[in-house]
Design a protein. Sequence first.
Length: 373
Amino acid sequence: MTSLPLVFDAPRRGLPPRHLADLSSAERAQAVADLGEKPFRAKQLSHHYFARLTTESDAMTDIPSTARDRLVGELLPTLLSPVRQLRCDEGATRKTLWRAHDGTLLESVLMGYPDRATVCVSSQAGCGMACPFCATGQGGLRRNLSTAEIVDQVRLAAAAVRDGELGGEDGARGPQRLSNVVFMGMGEPLANYRRVVDAVHRICDPAPDGLGISQRSVTVSTVGLVPAIRKLTEEELQVRLAVSLHTPDDELRNTLVPVNTRWTVSEVLQAARGYADRTGRRVSIEYALIRDVNDQPWRADLLGKKLHTHLGQFAHVNVIPLNPTPGSKWDASPKPVQDEFVRRVKAQGVECTVRDTRGREIAAACGQLAAEG
Ligand code: SAH
């Protein structure tokens, strides 16, 4: 059996230079003072970054130019440069491949809907969880992203939405404000625990300390690292937890989500229940439906039963039609099989919906673009 990298916080290897968004507001004031500038400049800088969404020193006319260049140079280094951008869904979905300071590639996907705009961010470059159906899982973990590299993906998405870069349906202008953030890009967020939790604070703190997005509009998705779910439960956050279950039985889950050999389905669901009890929030159960692999009627029945027992009304199943990765032998289930699966889960009294699948034709799902390079 392959050994799994179960560390929660891998080394700082390759992390970028310090950035304003790595720091709490107290740390920002200190960092500015250490540079010999007046502490209130930290607030001004934060206002430019988190409220005006800019890192351009020319735009910061309230800061004297000498101080400005120094502060921007020290605290707002460029973290992400766009390498490629792909659009589909009539412009309402946009995927960006970013290059970090050390050449590492990562992706984020921006999705506009009539009533909201969501960005799907990466928490790691690559992923160590090795789920065989996921493109990112095939390449292994390259490195953790820093807090600021995560926050900057959201900041850039928020600026794009504000600037009308996301086309709406029928060419209409989409929403004007980024409303939702999902940690469903590359990586296992709970394996980069501290940086992800810090990023959630920066994303959700009211401007100018943070980007001012509601915690309830942020989703953290995990393969089910049980101790980390318990730790997250203690953080007193209101973010939504999503658990990538993909099958209700340990035997198959050991192969689909290899970390299951460490924490079983029951243990994961118990931890999820703990999170739901503490936060009062329903847990999303992610289920990538794979033809002839996990789509059998008996599995739908077992899924419904187990979720009913462990989570009751606190479960919401999201069925995701499998997005086949290049070279994979697996495919999505036929529509009638999918419909029957959903019907059976619901028959157990558990909510179940099919995820709208954006960006298929631009390989927007799950690490495909970075894998293509
Ligand atoms: N590591 C985290 C978050 C990243 S992936 C997690 O596993 O939850 C976000 C979701 O996309 C997960 O539920 C993942 O299992 C799913 N996913 C990965 N590859 C997929 C594919 N090819 N088709 C459909 N869903 C996929």
